[in-house]
Write a protein that binds this ligand. Structure first.
Ligand code: COA
Length: 172
């Protein structure tokens, strides 16, 4: 099936995927027919999860959603979007602090290729304060982050941090 203009790319590092990201993708499906969650191969960050893990966690989190695909991308985002036949890049905005970086990114992408438009959705107010980094930080310090990330992410995070969890009742 050809999705053409109704396909969007949702790019990011996703180290790991949070409910903030999930919210943007789910709401994005009201606008687009199909969304590719594109996990960046290269990142300036030092990820806790390697590429394979970040992809696997996103796939598990979106399991059963046939309009959402998870894959990796390397190199220029706009080139990848064109390759996939997407005319839109989807990004979420949490607060004013996101704006400057997102503005730079969107304008650079526009400079690189004018056929690809960046579309912003406001992050749901429930997730305004979270980021992958702050969730990892809270979890490392012993905080309960269940409810901020999908379950597959939560369990993997606890495992990575060497924390014991009960899969039905949460942390023990
Ligand atoms: N809710 C909660 N948190 C959110 C969020 C939302 N809706 N949207 C973003 N975030 C958080 C992320 O968790 C992440 O947190 P972190 O910094 O603690 O990891 C942060 O906001 C933004 O990161 P992310 O959305 O993963 O984007 P990124 O900035 O890491 O990724 C790329 C940027 C990969 C899209 C960008 O670098 C890219 O396109 N790279 C390819 C090369 C290229 O073409 N560059 C463009 C020209 S410069």
């Amino acid at each position: 099936m050809e999705y053409g203009p109704h396909l969007a790319i949702y790019p990011g590092t996703f180290d790991p995927l949070t409910f903030g990201h999930v919210g943007i993708v789910k709401r994005g499906l009201n606008v687009f027919d199909k969304i590719i969650v594109a996990v960046a191969v290269k990142t300036a960050k030092s990820p806790l999860f390697n590429l394979k893990e970040r992809i696997a966690l996103a796939k598990e989190s979106f399991a059963g959603e046939d309009r959402i695909t998870v894959e990796s991308f390397d190199g220029l985002l706009v080139e990848y979007a064109i390759e996939r036949g997407a005319k839109a890049i989807l990004r979420g905005l949490r607060a004013v602090s996101d704006f400057e970086y997102e503005f730079q990114l969107a304008l650079m992408n526009r400079h690189l290729n004018r056929q690809v438009q960046t579309v912003f959705l406001m992050t749901d107010y429930r997730w305004l304060y979270i980021s992958s980094t702050i969730i990892k930080e809270a979890a490392r310090a012993g905080g309960d982050v269940r409810g901020l990330v999908p379950d597959p992410v939560y369990f993997r995070l606890m495992e990575r941090l060497g924390r014991q969890v009960d899969s039905t009742e949460g942390m023990i």
